[in-house]
Ligand binder design. Structure first.
Ligand code: DGJ
Length: 731
């Protein structure tokens, strides 16, 4: 049983294969968090609650003369607000005549089988045959009339718990939510480190590790998208936790908009972690009888370090989150036109690129930005989703036919959420974009953002995107988004509801994607937001792969893909071979290395093969063949990070191992070479210790234990930026 309730101890126990999560109803009805970690036998945990009469820690009214119980220090599952807990709360609200307190008490619970769909938002689904149960606990605050429904979907075999929160107004007056966290995780101590992933456009998801210290440390986004700057994923870990040992807890927020994750060390050195929609600038009215659904979080625990934690997330995201039929289908190797031509193309040029691409073994040709409206640069045309006949004389339909005749599939780029002021759409509907009345709109990439909080705008977009997809045979869509949101004011909402716009925008986006995918379920969608600006779990629900970064430099990509891999699977990371000198950094790296790094994700090309030498083309052909031959291992194998590029400056290595451990691929790139260099070694992981393996191209056989304990030498002949791929087979 994944979910149990011990009525005597008033304890809820959630068990996955390796972990337990325990909550308890306090003697005054509060829901306390007792434990999350290694799987426990049945055991009373009450002894862990150390209650005491502490100065300046108020006691709830119902505690009467009991001065030892205070919300100021007990670990809670969903905190109260302005009721004696001074830590950063799970909820903030205003109701009735201005009351701002909330104190939810357990009023009931139920256990249902399976995982329920989250209203209007993505979430994990249970698969047939999986033992998934959902526990729902109701917290009541009769004074404000607000109820909180906490849902815990326990994916037993997957070792994750998907938490979500719904606020229901049972009162007779409106409640204005100002903060509603999707998960609060209270720890009894705070001797931990935090890992989070931050960066900027072209350098996303760099690993950061800091110690928990006094006060609140928060990361988040207020850019309208989950952002290049901070990813909605955080790890709390023990101080000595590393890649392969130690305890760590992951929190992934399944949301693509403004978010906040905060870690607070309190006066008693306890840690509280909150994750949810960013409360800055957020408010949402919940009228009597209505409810507000907060996004889901996916929690996981690992007792074997970050590597195991990542593999838990990789599996559950790949299998239970992605719902595209492509989640377990072989996906095409693509060539994208962006770095090949930018805006400078016509149909003849695209066809000549495509002809060379097919000759390399590419399966899918993607026409990037510039094919529609008046779009010769990035100053105009967004919103006008009609082919540009000036550029594409034969039109998109015939172009697609020609590409198919060559034996490839065809894909297009779109950026539906945006509008250029120089566009027919803007001239027709200037009121459809987000801007404040009387204030000129802030521009980003010289474009404005459509108001997706409006249903009419969303419906227009559904129609526009569906007609793009019906315009020709189109098997792939790159769905881009190239600026941050600024003024989130909507002409359709009154003053009191403007705090809802940023969230309604995301709900609108999910609605549009849902509708378009429903009509075109066979299309492979790729997410993009200037590369990796919206690389979050929610997007994977719609788009099984995401353009990882606009930075295609192989060496920078080592760090970007390394950071990304902590939460997201290889099958989600689109990665392409581009030309050198690299367009973003000017760096020159060998073509072989660019191929190896791009095979750290969903492999493709971002270049013009008509400009390549016969030798280069032959090399690309070999890369494609290698990738296709080992496709399942690369994209579905268990993923092991062998080095940390922030610590090991000399080389970066990673490894995929098939589930049955019979086959493995080791990839390695030299990042720094010194004269008369030291001999370095890399220890492999994930192999069967007692079995023997052959390494393709090497003499002899090696026991799994030797390869993992003693390692293999980094080939001395590899120069700076040189790389190697090794295939291992169990013999
Ligand atoms: C940003 C994307 O990340 C690029 O790959 C490219 O599609 C451009 N937008 C096109 O404008």
């Amino acid at each position: 049983m994944a979910v149990r309730y011990n009525a005597d101890a008033k304890t809820f126990i959630l068990d996955t294969e390796d972990s337990s999560y325990v909550m308890k109803v306090s003697r005054y009805g509060n829901l306390l968090h007792m434990y999350y970690g290694e799987k426990l036998p049945d055991q009373e945990l009450d002894y862990l609650l150390t209650l005491a009469d502490r100065g300046f820690s108020p006691n709830p009214y119902e505690a009467g003369s009991d001065r030892t119980f205070s919300l100021d220090f007990v670990p809670q599952e969903f905190s109260t607000c302005r009721s004696g807990d001074y830590r950063s709360p799970s909820i903030e609200l205003t109701w009735g005549r201005g009351g701002m307190a909330f104190s939810g008490k357990v009023a009931g619970y139920e256990v249902v089988s399976g995982a329920e769909k989250i209203q209007g938002m993505p979430g994990l689904r249970d698969l047939p045959g999986e033992n998934t149960q959902t526990l729902k606990i109701l917290l009541e605050d009769p004074v404000s009339g607000l109820e909180i429904e906490l849902a815990y979907a326990v994916f037993e075999e997957k070792n994750v718990i998907a938490r979500s929160v719904r606020a229901i107004n049972r009162g007779d007056h409106g409640v204005r939510l100002e903060k509603l966290m999707s998960a609060t995780l209270d720890f009894r101590d705070s001797d931990y480190d935090l890992l989070y992933f931050s960066g900027r456009h072209l350098m996303e998801r760099g690993l950061r590790r800091i110690g928990v210290s006094d006060g609140v440390h928060s990361i988040g986004s207020s850019r309208g998208a989950s952002s290049h700057q901070y990813n909605p994923f955080m790890i709390v870990c023990e101080k000595d936790c590393g890649e392969d040992r130690g305890q760590c807890w992951g929190i992934s927020l399944v949301y693509s908009g403004n978010f906040r994750m905060e870690a607070e060390k309190d006066q008693f050195s306890q840690l509280r972690v909150n994750a949810g929609i960013n409360p800055d600038g957020f408010s949402f009215w919940v009228e009597p009888g209505e409810s507000f659904q907060a996004p889901q979080t996916v929690l996981a625990w690992s007792g074997e370090g970050f590597g195991n934690l990542s593999r838990i997330y990789h599996r559950v995201f790949r299998e239970n989150l992605c719902r595209s039929p492509y989640r377990n289908r072989i996906r095409p190797v693509l060539l994208n036109s962006w770095e090949a031509a930018y805006f400078d193309f016509d149909d003849e040029k695209l066809l000549s690129i495509a002809r060379e691409a097919v000759d390399l073994g590419v399966d899918l040709f993607v026409m990037d930005d510039g094919w529609f409206g008046k779009r010769d640069d990035d100053n105009s045309g967004l919103g006008d989703w009609k082919e540009n006949r000036g550029k594409l004389k034969m039109g998109v339909r015939r172009l697609s036919e020609e590409i198919h005749r060559m034996g490839m599939k065809f894909g297009v780029w779109v950026e539906p959420e945006m509008v250029s002021e120089d566009s027919d759409l803007y001239r027709l509907h200037p009121d459809w974009c987000l801007r404040e009345p009387g204030r000129p709109a802030v521009r980003g990439r010289n474009q404005l953002v459509l108001d997706l909080s409006r249903r009419d705008v969303c419906d227009y977009l559904v129609e526009a995107m569906n007609s793009v997809l019906d315009m020709a045979q189109i098997e792939y869509v790159k769905w881009d988004m190239n600026r941050s949101l600024t003024e989130t004011w909507s002409g359709c909402l009154d003053r009191e509801h403007q705090g809802e716009v940023a969230h309604r925008y995301i709900l609108g986006l999910y609605y549009v994607m849902d509708q378009v995918i429903l009509k075109h379920p066979e299309v492979l969608f790729c997410g993009c937001c200037g590369g990796g600006g919206r690389y979050d779990a929610a997007m994977l629900y719609y788009q099984p792969q995401i353009w990882c970064s606009d930075n295609t430099d192989a060496v920078n990509r080592l760090k970007i893909q390394y950071g990304t891999s902590f939460a997201y699977p290889v099958s989600s990371m689109e990665a392409h071979v581009s030309v050198c000198p690299n367009h973003q950094t000017g760096r020159v790296t060998p073509l072989a290395t660019r191929g190896i790094v791009a095979m750290g994700g969903m492999f493709g090309f971002e270049l013009d093969p008509t400009r390549m030498s016969p030798e280069e083309k032959a090399e690309c052909r070999d890369q494609i063949q290698f990738y296709k031959k080992h496709y399942r291992l690369i994209t579905e194998g268990d993923y092991y990070r062998l080095t940390n590029p922030y610590e090991n400056l000399y080389f970066t290595a990673w490894q995929q191992v098939s589930r049955d451990k019979k086959k493995s691929l080791v990839s390695l790139v030299v990042t720094e070479k010194e004269g008369n260099d030291a001999q370095r070694f890399v220890k492999l992981k994930g192999l069967e210790a007692e079995q023997f393996y052959q390494i393709e191209g090497w003499k002899g056989k090696f026991s799994g234990r030797v390869l993992m304990s003693a390692g293999i030498p980094v080939p001395a002949e590899l120069n700076q930026y040189g790389g190697i791929q090794l295939i291992l087979k169990m013999v």
